[in-house]
Design a protein around this ligand. Structure first.
Ligand SMILES: [Zn+2]
Ligand SMILES: [Zn+2]
Length: 88
């Protein structure tokens, strides 16, 4: 999504609507190494219809399939899970 609107209340209880620009994904900061070049979002499902969405750079993401990338945490988790199944 290129942009969206958020609604929030300030400390006096007044409601505000702010426009948040979600464009320029190339400027997103990697959640792991902090480099400003996160190109992928983690696609690991954390809840029905919801993915982790952590921004990862090309060093920190793990490409697990077409159009599918996991962040470091979830790649770890997913590979351990797969191993558990393998050796169970
Ligand atoms: Zn990184
Ligand atoms: Zn993740």
């Amino acid at each position: 999504m290129p942009c969206h609107w958020i609604r929030f209340k300030d400390k006096d209880g007044r409601e505000h609507v702010a426009h948040v620009n979600m464009a320029a994904p190339r400027k997103r900061r990697c959640a792991f190494c902090g480099c400003p070049d996160a190109k992928a979002l983690c696609d690991y499902p954390i809840a029905p219809g919801k993915t982790c969405d952590k921004p990862c750079c090309s060093n920190c993401r793990q490409h697990v399939g077409p159009d599918r990338d996991y962040c470091r945490d979830h790649w770890d988790f997913a590979s351990r899970e797969a191993q558990g199944r393998l050796f169970a």
